[in-house]
Design a protein around this ligand. Structure first.
Ligand code: ADP
Ligand code: MG
Length: 514
């Protein structure tokens, strides 16, 4: 170890070691030799742990594992030529694993070849951990190592900041939430990117809040413990094969995951891909939703948007059926509203159900309800009329609400509102669609204005209006409407815009689709 010749001077090796220390490097693996020996000594002196290995390849593997485990690059110190060549295996492995790594190699003296500059340390550390993590190589010319420089002429760049946290765009987060909610067999795949991102707390919340089965990749294991009841690791092949929606959290669709292709996956499986690397998105398969960002941040966003999930048809009708008076009239029209409602809402008396009928007519509902309510008034006072309308169907005769109010008929109108005909879109998606194009050009024909307050129509004429988004609100408004025998009411029930009926796997339906 060359000692500094005078107080004011310091060797290149010490400058390098101090620069590493300043960048928060804690571990160095390597094999010393000309010209890098002094760097190892200097590093050790500053408290950086130096581990001498027997082959640069193993040293490089070790340093990269430090990067994965701590989020700050480990250093692999190698000599020029064969040392660097041996390290290449470790660099390639770190790069393929997306693990940060700093390889420092000594090359020949500057007067013998092109110059490399050790002033590039901070940039090297930064680029190893920013964006998709990976390996960086810094070349140190031999004469730099023992060069003496004036202490006052050195300026260490301060430790680079932790990688900035990026989040996915909001419409994509909402879209993903909706795809997950409507999945019949969802599956979360947890990769080592999720492990690297330290996203364990939020991923566990997502698993439990959305009741998602999950499958860890080999190094994704333990992010959520293997013994968690939702872990389907033991049925890996079947889980992959039958999932209709797969959320990829920091795992690539490479050979480990059979490229995301049939026969190991359903041909129609929808992937939701979360990754910090834009270039990775859409690799091999075309994802239904891509979420570009840090896994921990995106998982948090997803959790926020999954709070109080919108109701679907089945939730709505379940709660309606619970309170429906047995002798009531059920009037109904709409597409899904009428179809699904018919299977869930029970009739106990003949001639007490009126709907779109043989002709499949939309717009009959309010007229039918008025007739039933007038009859009830005359013949069996107290008998209620419940009019279950899709939001589109309601629109066909909505102005009859004025008639209902004028004659003070205590009809209860339920508008099951999915923002459209058959299916609609949520406000965010709608706004996104119309951001760059006028509605007259870009609005999908099946869409109605999202979040329309149909209950205001009833309020306009003096009846009672309710806007409900949760099962609790639905129960409460139904109870109040049924309790009030003097006034009509309209309950506008917001449901998941993309909600549909449960899948039916009758062979004739399957065949007719082909
Ligand atoms: P596995 O082998 O577990 O399937 P892969 O190495 O295939 O994992 O995929 C890891 C993915 O994680 C890479 O595409 C990488 O870009 C990504 N990644 C790494 N860190 C983060 C992070 N903080 N946030 C999001 N994605 C990340
Ligand atoms: Mg993978």
């Amino acid at each position: 170890e060359p000692s500094d010749r005078n107080e004011g001077e310091v060797s290149g090796a010490k400058v390098i070691a101090q620069a590493l220390k300043t960048q928060g490097v804690e571990y160095m693996f390597g094999i010393v030799g000309i010209p890098v020996t002094e760097i190892a000594f200097a590093a050790q002196e500053l408290g950086i742990r130096y581990i001498g290995m027997r082959n640069e390849q193993a040293a490089c593997y070790a340093a990269s594992a430090i990067g994965y485990l701590t989020g700050r690059p480990g250093v692999c110190l190698v000599v020029s030529g064969p040392g660097l060549i041996h390290a290449l295996g470790g660099m390639a492995n770190a790069n393929m694993n997306c693990w940060p790594l700093l390889v420092i190699g000594g090359s020949s003296e500057r007067n013998q070849e092109t110059m490399g500059a050790f002033q590039e340390f901070p940039q090297a550390v930064r680029s190893s951990i920013y964006g998709r993590p990976g390996a960086c190589y810094v070349d140190i010319p031999a004469d730099f190592v023992n060069l003496l420089v004036n202490v006052n002429s050195i300026k260490y760049t301060e430790c680079c900041m932790s990688p900035p946290v990026s989040m996915a765009e909001t419409p994509a987060v909402c879209m993903a939430a909706s795809v997950i909610r409507n999945a019949k067999q969802p599956l979360l795949i947890i990769g080592k990117g999720a492990a690297y991102a330290h996203a364990e707390k939020n991923i566990r919340k997502l698993v439990e809040q959305c009741k998602l089965p999950f499958l860890p990749t080999p190094m994704g294991k333990g992010v959520v413990p293997d013994n968690h009841p939702n872990c389907v690791g033991a049925a890996r092949s079947r889980a992959l094969q039958f999932a209709d929606v797969i959320v990829l959290l920091g795992a690539r669709l490479n050979w480990i995951l059979h490229f995301g292709l049939p026969p190991r996956y359903r041909p129609d499986v929808k992937f939701i891909q979360v990754d910090i690397c834009a270039e990775e998105l859409g690799n091999n398969v075309r994802p239904a939703v891509t979420l570009l960002g840090d896994i921990n941040a995106v998982t948090k966003q997803e959790l926020a948007s999954q709070k109080s999930p919108p109701m679907n048809y089945y939730t709505v009708f379940y709660h309606v059926q619970e309170q429906l008076p047995r002798d009531g009239f059920i009037v109904s029209e709409g597409a899904n509203t009428m179809d699904i409602g018919r299977t869930v809402l029970q009739n106990y008396l003949p001639r007490h159900r009126l709907d779109a009928g043989t002709f499949g007519t939309m717009g009959v509902g309010l007229g039918f309800a008025i007739a039933a309510a007038v009859l009830a008034k005359d013949r069996s006072p107290g008998q209620r009329v419940i009019c279950v309308e899709g939001d589109s169907a309601f629109g066909f005769s909505g102005m009859e609400v004025e008639t209902i109010c004028r004659y003070n008929l205590p009809i209860i109108i339920l508008v099951v509102n999915n923002n459209g005909i058959y299916q609609g879109f949520d406000t965010d998606t709608w706004n996104e669609m119309l951001k760059s194009q006028d509605a007259t050009i870009a609005a999908p024909p099946a869409c109605l204005l999202p979040n329309s307050h149909y209950e205001q129509v009833m309020i306009a004429f003096g009846g009672k209006g309710y806007f409900v988004q949760t099962p609790e609100e639905l129960q409460k408004s139904l109870r109040q409407s049924l309790a009030d025998t003097t006034k009509p009411s309209l309950i506008n029930i917001m449901i998941e815009p993309q909600a549909t009926r449960k899948a039916q796997d009758f062979h004739w339906l399957t065949r007719s689709k082909m």
